[in-house]
Design a protein around this ligand. Sequence first.
Ligand code: HPA
Length: 280
Amino acid sequence: MNQVYEKLMKAYACYQERTDFRPEVALVLGSGLGGFAKEVDVRMTLPYAQIEGLPVSTAPGHTGQFVLGYLGEVPVVLMQGRVHYYEGYEITDVVLPERLMCLMGAKVLFLTNAAGGFGDGFSPGTLMMITDHISLFVPNPLRGPNLDAFGLRFPDMTQVYDLKLRQVIREAADREGIDLKEGVYAQLPGPSFETPAEIRMLKMLGVSACGMSTVAEAIAAHHMGMRVCGISCITNMAAGFSTRKQTQEEVYETADRVGRDFCNLVRESVITIGRQILNV
Ligand code: HPA
């Protein structure tokens, strides 16, 4: 029997014992962005630790719970805090919560993260919609026996970040007066920040922002047929693009500063996604 499948089904059974809530949209809140939960009309919180087999987030600023509730009319599940590969979990475990949210009923996965930026015109506080990704030195979450019940062995990755969702997000940014940039995001394993040479390499590859999450989650969700979109909050200029050293403190300071724009953009996007795309 496929061990990942078994683990996932146990986790889903655990979820079903607690609630029959069926979200339409799943959101992952990045470092310092967990405050978005205050936008939600909350019905229930569910710590990851209460679901058998789920990894528990140990990163600072990551609460480690699902928040179930409504954004406008749209039933949503938020991950307030995510798990990272650098915490030591197997990559197949890192993406279990996203797979579980798909089983809960979510058709859209809205990923957010804090990232180091180096795209043209970027500064700390820039919001960047992810148009594509590169995975570097992080194992593929589909490694191992394929979960045939959910997706193909060799899934197409031509368009991971859904075009219609991107259009909705762009229009929401226009309405909110937010200067939304777009670009390619790269996931590196962390937990050390990158060196200037690594960032120069990424820049040559056409990358605009990098971090330690998101890509593996997008791959697993796309594999299961979820529609995926993502926004990076550029919390700092990446190594070599700033005279400052990279620190966790700057990540939180900037995430806090742009919190309001971020919350408005994500809330407006999800409500429109619910109305226009999911017919909620
Ligand atoms: N690098 C990697 N991850 C990050 C960064 C960074 O500069 N900022 C926030 N997360």
